[in-house]
Design a protein around this ligand. Sequence first.
Ligand code: ADP
Length: 522
Amino acid sequence: MNAKKNKSSSKKPEYNILFVSSELHPLAKTGGLGDVSSSLPKALKTLKQDIRILIPAYPFAIQKAKSIKYIATINLPDSGFPGHLGLPVQSGKSVAIIETKLPGSQVKVWMVESELYNRSGTPYSDDDNNEWEDNDFRFALLNYIAVEIAMGRTTLKWQPDIVHGNDWQTGLIGALLEDEHSQSRKRPATVFTIHNMAHMGIYSRERFDALELKSHLWNHHELEFHDDFSFIKGGLVFSDRVNTVSPTYAEEIQTEEFGYGLSGLLTYRNERLSGILNGIDMKEWNPAKDPHINKNYSKKTLSDKQNNKIALQKHFNLPGKKNTLLLGLVARLVYQKGIDLLLENMEEILQLPVQIAILGSGDLELECRLRRWVTKYPEKIQIQLGYDEALSHLIEAGSDAFLMPSRFEPCGLNQLYSLRYGTIPIVRETGGLADTVTHASKENLTNQTATGIVFLESKGSTILDAINLTSLLYQNNTVWKKLMVNAMKQKFSWKESAKQYLRLYTQAIKDRDEYKKHTPVF
Ligand code: ADP
C-alpha cells in the first residue's frame, strides 16, 4: 500500500480510498445514491484524502464527462466469471479504465468500460424501465475490477487503503477480498454503506454458478439467502465496517419490519454497524446562487422566494394564487415513498386550500392514479412525469411545503434541500426524516426549534391531518415565517459527515488488522 499514513495521532489520517458505486451525479443518477457518491468524495478530498471513484462507463456518463482519457487495461484471469462473459472485445479478456474528473472538482473518476455497460437507458434498466436481466453480471464485473485495483494487480500505480462500497451493486467486493485474505494476501480494509435495504440483489443458484463464485460461499452464513443468493449479504457479512445513512435507519434495519430478512445478521454485527447522516452539496443546493431557479433568495430576502412560486405555478399551469399553500413533491413514484397513501385521501386533501406540483416517475399504476386526479382537478394538482434536475430545484424554491410521506427513508435528501430553501417539509417520522426534521408542536414553535411537520403513522388519514395542520400554520404569517427561518438555519453540510466517515475508515483498518476469521452465529 502506498498510503501516506498519519505520523502523529494528532494529525488527520490521509488515506487512499477507492469509492465504488453504480451511480454518480451528474454523470449517472437515479436517486440519492448518485448525490452521495458525488458529494461525499468531494468532501473527503477537501479533508486531504486521495479518493478515486469507480463506476461503470455507461454511455450517458461518458457523454456528460468533460474530458476523458484511457489510462489502463485490466486483464481478467481465464478462470472465474469474467472468463465466462465472453468479454470483451479489444485484447482478449480485458477491460479498459477511462479517467475523468468529477465535474466541478478535482476528484478522479475511473470508469470501467465494457460491452455490458454500453446500453442506453438508466444504470439498471432499458429505455422502457425494464431491469436488465444480467444486472448480476454487470455489477459483478464492477466488483471484480474493484478487487483487481484493490489488490494492486493493475498498471494504475495506485492502491487503496480502504475500499468503500455502496449498496448491493458492490456487495461482492467484501466476499472477493475475504478470499484474498484467506490466501494470506494483505487486502485493504472494507466499508460498506447501505443506502437502501429494500434492494438486495437477489439471484438464483444457476446465476451463482454462472458467475463462478467460490462454492464455499453458498451457505446461509455467507451469500445464500433462502435458496437464492444476495449481493447485499456479501457486503453485510464480510465488510470490516457497515454503515447506513442515518442513525435511526441503522436501528430500524435491525428490526423485522425494515430488515428484509437480514435483521438477525445486522443485529449480530451491530458492533460494526453505525449510522452517519448524509449531508447536502451546499454549493449545488443554495437558494442564494441556484442557477435553476427564477429568483435567488436568502433568509434576509425571503420575500423573493415568492417569484419562484409564481414561476412554478406557471410551469405547471396552476392558477397563480399567491396565498394558496403550494405543496411540492419530487420522488421516485414507488411504494417506499408512500404515494399510494397520499392517494388514499386525495379527494379530501384537494378540498383544502392547497395546490400540488409533482415531479417523478416510477410505478405505472401510481402514475395513472395521480393523472386521474390531475384530470379531475387540473387547477389544484399537476404532475410532470420523468426526470428533470432543473425543475427539481425550482420545485424546492417555489413550493411552500414539501411532501415526503415515505413508509421508510434511509436518509432522504429532499427534506434537507427543502430546509435549506425555507420550504417546510411534511414528513413521516422514520429513518433520516426523523433525524433531521423537528415537528411544529406548540412547544417546539415556542422554543423556536420547529422546522417541519412530522407525523407518525403510515396512513392516508394521518397524511391528510398533517396537510391540514400545515395549511393552518401557513395561514399565520408570523408563525410560518419563523418556521421558514428556523428551517433555513439548519446545517447539513458534508464536512461533519465526511469527518465521521474518516473515523469509520480508521476503525475499519483497525478491525481488519485485528481480523479473525468470522464465525457467524446468527
Ligand atoms: P431515493 O434515493 O430513495 O430516491 P432521496 O431523497 O435520498 O431518495 O434522493 C432522491 C434524489 O433524486 C434527490 O436529489 C431528488 O431531488 C432526486 N430526484 C428524484 N426523482 C427525481 C426526478 N423525477 N427528477 C429530478 N430529480 C429527482
